[in-house]
Design a binder for this molecule. Sequence first.
Ligand SMILES: [Fe+2]
Length: 225
Amino acid sequence: MTVPTPDFYTSIHKAIRLAMSEFLVTTGATDPADPAAWCEVEERWRRIKSLLDAHSRHEDVFVHPLIHRAAPDVAVLLDRQHEQLDSGIRALDSAIEDLAGNSNSEVRRRAGRDFYRAFSSFTARYFDHLAEEEASAMPALIAGIPWDQLFAAHSALVGSLPPEERLADLPLIARSLSSPELIGLMAATRSAASPAFFAEARRIMEGAIGEQAFARISSALDRAA
Ligand SMILES: [Fe+2]
């Protein structure tokens, strides 16, 4: 059996790219002067914000100390990017709040257009940051930190997540990964989590990717059992 290469980023970064891309499209296609429709944008923004906040926190706690050991210059750059992106999130959040508190249609439309443009620029910076982590940080970690320590840090990160948070992120992850990646994820879940958690993860994944696509994952999993 091949030993998987340590990887902190691929799954969650794909999920984040999917969430941000979909949110950008939804925001652009929604009339900010229609409060009922814009509510959906506000609700989705809250979910994106909590996904990004959690992701940044997990990296700061479990991954960045290792990057500081393996490649201090890369770590300094990524720390600075995290600070800039965190302040970008705060600025977007207050823009959403200001818009929600205004009832003038013209003002709401202008503010909605500005929010869409600001989120688009933020997304471009965020995607660059993700690519930087994948291209610079992960190879430096693989080269500079013993693999057992990388796997231990990854397990600690996953172990720190409440089960309901892992399950809540699963539909996004399921829709963003390729089938071999999904099979790998579910096989790892089966070997590490409780049967009840695994059953719930299967149910959620089937709901997210559809019966047909899930049947292929499921039979590959059964063959690998
Ligand atoms: Fe990051």
